[in-house]
Design a protein around this ligand. Sequence first.
Ligand code: ADP
Ligand code: MG
Length: 628
Amino acid sequence: MKDSLTDKTTIPRIKPLPARVINKIAAGEVVERPASVVKELVENAVDAGADRIDIIIEKSGTKLIKIVDNGCGIDEEQIEIAFSRHATSKIASFDDLNSLLSYGFRGEALPSIASVSRLRMVSRTHEARVGTEIIYEGGVLDSMKPTAASPGTVVEVENLFYNTPARRKFLKAETTEARHISRTATALAIGRYDIGFSLTMNGRKLFSLPSGSSLKERVAGLLGPNQEFVKVECEIGPIKVAGCIGLPDMVQNNRYGQFIFINGRFIHSPTLSHALAAGYGELIPRGMFPVGALLLTVDPAEVDVNVHPAKTEVRLSREREIHDALRHLVKEALRQDGIIPSFKATEPLKATESSQHSDPREPSLKEGSRSQIPGVRQEQRFDTNLLSELYKTPDVQAAKPASSSALREQEIVKVDKKTGEVLETEQEPSPVTPTPEAPESFRLVGRFSDLYLLVQSGEDLYVIDQHTAHERVLYEETLPLIETQGVNGQNLLFPVQVELTPEQLSVFDEALELLNHSGFTVSHFGGRMVNIEAVPSILSKKPPDRTFLKVIDDIASLKKAGYDLKKAMAQSIACRSAVMAGDRLTDDEAIHLVSRLLKCQDKYSCPHGRPTFIKISKADLDKQFGRG
Ligand code: ADP
Ligand code: MG
């Protein structure tokens, strides 16, 4: 084959690319997936001053993305210009970027989207008596004509990526794309809580929120139906912060519940996200993340939004300072609301320096201050304790000298280099301890701290973590059932309904069939409500609605971490039904648990990889005591 690049006789001609091709290439950057189209079009509607925006989606946006707004509209003679590259009404010079208050400014979205779809826009200004309809097919103008329309703009994007097969193929499962869309729409609706928003997917209305809402109403409506939120508000020098954050018991094991904005722009900011969590301090267990929205208003000159066309990445000057101020603000807000367990007020906690810094999950805090925390119920606290264990790396050192706040400082935040998205926060891995041999026969010699079972076998002492051990046992019993005939369910006396967030709903849709095969009997109940009629028998003692929500959140996180759906389901059910730290087992129960553990295929660790037991040999003890 002739290689034209190395063939010196044919000199390649340099030609400018046709606009269509340029737009299609740019589309690769601006329009990564259907959710990016939603974002760009809704931002245009916001920039146009709309106070009502409706988002209508069919087939996760690959069939239809329709955005209806009542903004200023576009004049007939301007409408074609809007579709030419780098045409914008929002900035006129580079310096304007320093005072940017609009979302758009690159003038790239419309031509890019039009080049990879069939796009129809109908727009009418408030002064005009008729509107204009313009249709593009793969970036080529198809038709333009006057048409009857109400003031504002309607954009319909059909067959997205039909002419870029590679991009179309790259799209994830429909449910994944749907989840991205609902997250994007949720973010847009929080960022501009004053605007009326609705989101309809495949004919199902996911939310419909009135204009003129307060931030608190909007956040509660989207992030925590029936939950309480705490308002945070202050000015840190030139920076204004307004926000609404969840109570400490609303934590999730992922960051999906966090929405951070700078000047109305939804951003990924590992630093600010860390500041939010740090503000909760020890109120939330390690590995867990608070829920809420933070809206920062800073002088536009202090933010560089021109980092990436998708604009989710921004550069902030004085980031460190903002981090510290934000952490302080969150901490104060939680304290003022009387949510923080008041360490000062509770005598026993003041007793020693170490108890002040002790982990709130520690049994010594079971009674006392935490039980007085409004909104934090005893039972939930143990659940969150359990959740924190989901992603901990194996940690076999029995006693770490550092306080848990010091541990938090050691967190490694893994960030996706391309998107700036935080992938995972984890502790520094502890040194690996060789796998102990399992005892063959044993004798229960005691318990420690209502968490560890002490078992003797021959000359060795085994310390068994009752929670991880039980998780392992239940996991190995549940997974085969999920993979075959299904898990036994227990009907609830009265069915209960829970409202999901848009994001949880897309996880629910994805897992619906599997949930109903795993002991749950669940179904749609209109809007974002879900009806629960039965739960897996082993979960029947837990509050069904809360447990169900936690299973949904677990699945979302585990899936993101790369687990297959069935394994994620088995892990979650096992984790949610296992005995907790703090649960006191009878001797019989303890012995039964250890025997079942010893029969497990992989008895050494729980499904998340944490050890189920460690061995202390008599020889080692003897050495420690100088009896060697
Ligand atoms: P940008 O938003 O960066 O300016 P776009 O390609 O997204 O670029 O849009 C180009 C121009 O089209 C905008 O600057 C605006 O003047 C106009 N426009 C786009 N969408 C709307 C809308 N929904 N209502 C009114 N004008 C719009
Ligand atoms: Mg735009």
